[in-house]
Design a protein around this ligand. Structure first.
Ligand code: DHB
Length: 485
C-alpha cells in the first residue's frame, strides 16, 4: 500500500512550512499593486515520478496586497500551465513563465490572480520532447494531461492543508496549453486515465476542476486538418503568397461536412444545427462581427475612420460592423501548410505528440497514413485512436462526461490562422448544448495567445466562485470591465 493513503508518512503531503516570502509589483488598470506572497517551489506531485524536474509544481499564496493582509485560505486556486507546442514544462526552469517568458499570458494571469488574492499554482509536466539517456521518449501523449490531472489530484488530496479552496480550481493555458486546459476541464474524473495515473503514483482522489480558461486552444487534433481546409483551403499561404495543393485541400475539405454533421451541435439563438454549409454565417454572426464591432466601437472616431479607410471590406453603421466571411478569411490569410497538423513529413508538433517510447512521431489520421503509405485502406492503429481521444476535449464534451467543469472562458484572436475557428466554436457550442456556463468570444485583430482582457478573466473567476462577493477582494479587477464590450 502506498504511503499517501494515510496522513502519517504521506509522501504527497503539502509542505506547509517550506516557503520563502516574496514581493512583486503588479500593474493593473486600477494602478500598480504591491503583492507579498508565500512561495513554495518544486514540490513533487506524484509518489512515483518519472522525472521530478517536470512532475513538480510551485504554489504562491498572497498574504498582503498594498500593505493590507489578505486571506487566501479559501480563495480560488488558479492552475497556470505554460505548455507550448505540446512540449514539456520544466518546473525548475520555467515555473513563472512559459514559452512567452515574463510577458506570456500565463505569467500575466498568475500575477493578476495573486493581486486579486487568489492562490496560484504552476505545474511542470512531461511533453513530447522528453527523452531519457537511452533514447526512450517518456512524455508522448497522454503524459502531459496525465501530469496535469495528477497536479489537480495533489491539490485536492491536500484539502485543508494547501492554502486555497480545492473545489475552486481554475485552469488556464494558451495554444497547446489552452488545449490541455480544455482537456483538463472536459475530462474531469474520467476513468480512462486511471492506469496512467496509477503508474506515476498520483493521489487517489478526484481530478475534476471548477472552471477552465482556454486561450487560442489547439484542440480536436484528429479533425484539425479537415477543418483547416474548410476554413483556409484556397487562401494563399502567408509565407509564400501561393495556395497549397488544391486537390489535396479539396479532398480534406470534403471530409469536414460529414464530421461536422456527426457532432450534432446546435447554434445559439435558434440558429439550428451547425453544418459545413452554414458555419461561415454562424461565425460571422456570433463571433466575428461582435468582435469587430467591439473593436471599432472602442476606437476614437479618428482611429476608426483610419481603420475603415484601410480596410474597405469592413462596413460600419455607427454601431455594428459588417463584412463577408470570404473577405475576412482572405484578410486573415493562411499560416499553415497541408495537411496543417498531421503533415506527411511527420515534422510538426502533432505527429510528434503521438509518438511512443521508441518512435519519435506517428500519423494519427487515416488520411495522412493512406497518403504516405499508398495504401488507400490503411488505418491508424487502435492504440493511436485511443490516444487521440485521450487528447481531445471534444471526446469528453460529446459524451457528456459527468466530471466536466461547469464554467468556461474561451478566447482567441481573429488574426491567428493556426487552427480553424470551428475548433473553439465547436467546443463552446458542445459545452453550451450541455448546459455549461460558457463565456466565449474572439478578439478582433489579435494574434496567437494575445489576451486583451486578462483582468476580465480574473474578475470572472471572482464572479463564478462568488469569492469576490464574499470577501470584497479582487483589487486587480477594478475598472477592468467595460473594455471593448
Ligand atoms: C502550438 C501552435 C500550433 O499551431 C500547434 O499546431 C500546436 C501548438 C503552440 O503554440 O503551442
Amino acid at each position: 500500500m502506498r504511503a499517501f493513503r494515510g496522513r502519517t508518512g504521506d509522501t504527497l503531503r503539502f509542505p506547509t512550512g517550506d516557503h520563502t516570502v516574496e514581493t512583486i509589483r503588479v500593474e493593473t488598470s486600477g494602478g500598480p499593486r504591491e503583492v507579498t506572497y508565500l512561495s513554495y517551489t518544486h514540490i513533487p506531485y506524484v509518489a512515483d515520478p518519472v522525472d521530478t524536474k517536470y512532475q513538480s509544481l510551485d504554489v504562491k499564496v498572497p498574504v498582503e496586497v498594498d500593505g493590507t493582509a489578505v486571506s487566501a485560505g479559501d480563495a480560488p486556486i488558479v492552475l497556470v500551465n505554460s505548455v507550448g507546442g505540446f512540449l514539456s514544462v520544466n518546473n525548475l526552469e520555467k515555473s513563472m513563465r512559459g514559452p512567452g517568458g515574463e510577458d506570456s499570458v500565463g505569467a500575466r494571469h498568475g500575477e493578476l490572480a495573486l493581486a486579486a488574492g487568489y492562490v496560484v499554482v504552476w505545474p511542470g509536466c512531461r511533453g513530447r520532447d522528453n527523452r531519457a539517456s537511452d533514447g526512450t521518449f517518456y512524455g508522448k501523449a497522454p503524459a502531459g494531461i496525465v501530469d496535469l490531472k495528477a497536479a489537480v489530484r495533489y491539490l485536492r488530496h491536500n484539502k485543508g492543508i494547501v492554502p486555497g479552496n480545492v473545489e475552486w480550481i481554475i485552469s488556464t493555458g494558451c495554444s497547446a496549453g489552452g488545449g490541455l486546459s480544455a482537456l483538463l476541464g472536459a475530462s474531469g474524473n474520467s476513468p480512462l486515465y486511471e492506469p496512467y495515473l496509477e503508474e506515476i503514483g498520483a493521489a487517489r482522489t478526484e481530478d475534476r476542476i471548477y472552471a477552465c480558461g482556454c486561450y487560442s486552444p489547439i484542440i480536436d487534433l484528429d479533425h484539425a486538418d479537415i477543418a483547416y481546409e474548410w476554413m483556409h483551403g484556397p487562401t494563399p499561404r502567408n509565407q509564400t503568397g501561393e495556395p497549397v495543393d488544391q486537390e489535396l485541400s479539396g479532398e480534406l475539405k470534403a471530409l469536414f461536412g460529414e464530421y461536422q454533421a456527426s457532432l450534432g451541435l446546435q447554434g445559439r439563438g435558434g440558429f439550428g444545427a451547425l453544418t459545413a454549409e452554414n458555419y461561415d454565417r454562424y461565425l460571422l454572426e456570433y463571433y466575428l462581427i461582435p468582435a469587430a464591432s467591439r473593436y471599432l466601437g472602442a476606437l476614437p472616431d479618428e482611429k476608426r475612420s483610419e481603420y475603415l479607410a484601410e480596410h474597405q471590406w469592413v462596413m460600419w453603421d455607427g454601431d455594428r460592423a459588417a463584412f463577408s466571411f470570404a473577405d475576412y478569411v482572405a484578410y486573415a490569410g493562411r499560416y499553415k501548410g497541408i495537411p496543417a497538423f498531421d503533415d506527411f513529413d511527420l515534422s510538426l508538433a502533432e505527429p510528434s505528440l503521438f509518438g511512443d517510447e521508441t518512435i519519435e512521431a506517428r500519423h494519427f489520421t487515416d488520411f495522412s497514413l493512406r497518403k504516405t503509405t499508398g495504401d488507400p485502406k490503411a488505418e491508424v492503429s487502435a492504440d493511436v485512436k485511443v490516444l487521440a481521444a485521450l487528447m481531445n476535449p471534444m471526446h469528453f464534451v460529446l459524451h457528456d462526461n459527468p466530471g466536466c467543469a461547469p464554467h468556461w472562458w474561451l478566447r482567441r484572436g481573429t488574426a491567428e490562422t493556426g487552427i480553424s475557428q470551428t475548433a473553439i466554436v465547436n467546443l463552446a457550442t458542445g459545452l453550451e448544448n450541455r448546459g455549461k456556463h460558457v463565456d466565449a468570444r474572439f478578439f478582433w485583430e489579435a494574434a496567437h495567445c494575445i489576451d486583451e482582457e486578462a483582468e476580465g478573466f480574473i474578475a470572472w473567476i471572482g464572479d463564478v466562485t462568488g469569492f469576490s462577493r464574499a470577501t470584497g477582494q479582487n483589487p486587480s479587477s477594478r475598472n477592468s470591465r467595460g473594455k471593448r464590450q
